[in-house]
Design a protein around this ligand. Structure first.
Ligand code: C5P
Length: 249
């Protein structure tokens, strides 16, 4: 599926399917239980480094069997051949979204995009969208200057990497709602954007420093929201997810 059509298809999903619940749990049993508790209206689920390191691709297959769309957030950063091969495996698993670091460079981004465009997919599956991470939001200006001395400030780095990733064929970007206006300034309205750090107004912010309500994130240009604790630690995760989706509309 070409990039424009895939982005349009994902962007047009109803709000409840554009909430990605982060399965930040230590093992497959907790992940599958949580996915079950989200109910049939649940949207995408995120398998990140913790769960994937514990449970491997099998948990992705199980989630697919439960009809869950999977955001495989492994943030690839390696040589082009390795990133492309990993992306091909994500496609074969039936992931709907996968991530890489834009700083892996233009050849790695282009190789991953090409691999996804030509990958073999499970029956009935749509190819995964490739999302690029620009600068990890956990990094301060000082930390960045230690690993990557440059005359760019942080925002300039984010904008430069976003443009590079988009020009090299990624389908979208991951960024905080606070950075979204500047990111859209750099790449325009076309790329898909996934935004974490979401909280309903007046609720606990946990360890997130900059939080945004679902509505504010969508108004700033987010397409998908990644939500962890507000859903996973709720007494009724399905109701918490539904409330977030309602706020997006
Ligand atoms: O529990 P909470 O809603 O804060 O979890 C947010 C999810 O989004 C976690 O899986 C976290 O790893 C992820 N994330 C984030 N901030 C980023 C990138 C990813 O919180 N900048």
């Amino acid at each position: 599926m070409n990039r424009d059509i895939l982005i349009e298809y994902l962007r047009d999903l109803p709000a409840n399917r554009r909430v990605i619940t982060a399965l930040d749990v230590p093992g497959p049993k907790q992940a599958l239980d949580l996915a079950e508790r989200l109910g049939t209206g649940g949207g995408f689920v995120k398998v990140g480094l913790e769960l994937f390191s514990a449970a491997g691709p099998e948990v992705v297959r199980q989630l697919r069997k439960m009809d869950r769309n999977v955001f495989l957030d492994l943030k690839y950063h390696d040589i082009p051949n390795t990133v492309a091969s990993a992306a091909r495996r994500a496609a074969a698993l039936g992931a709907s979204l996968c991530t890489m670091h834009a700083s892996a460079g233009r050849n790695a981004i282009a190789a991953a995009a090409e691999a996804l465009a030509t990958a073999e997919l499970p029956p009935g599956a749509v190819r995964p969208a490739l999302l690029a991470v620009t600068v990890l939001t956990s990094l301060s200006e000082e930390e960045i200057s230690e690993v990557r001395p440059s005359s760019d400030n942080l925002q300039q780095s984010v904008q430069r990497l976003a443009r590079l990733a988009w020009d090299c064929g990624c389908d979208g970007l991951v960024c905080s709602a606070a950075d979204l206006p500047r990111l859209r300034e750099a790449v325009g309205p076309a790329p898909l954007v996934i935004t974490p750090g979401i909280r309903m107004a007046g609720t606990a912010t946990d360890d997130q420093h900059r939080v945004t309500t679902p509505r504010m994130a969508v108004n700033a240009g987010a397409d998908f929201l990644v939500v962890g604790r507000p859903i996973t630690q709720a007494d009724d995760p399905a109701a918490a997810l539904a409330a977030i989706a309602k706020d997006m509309e």
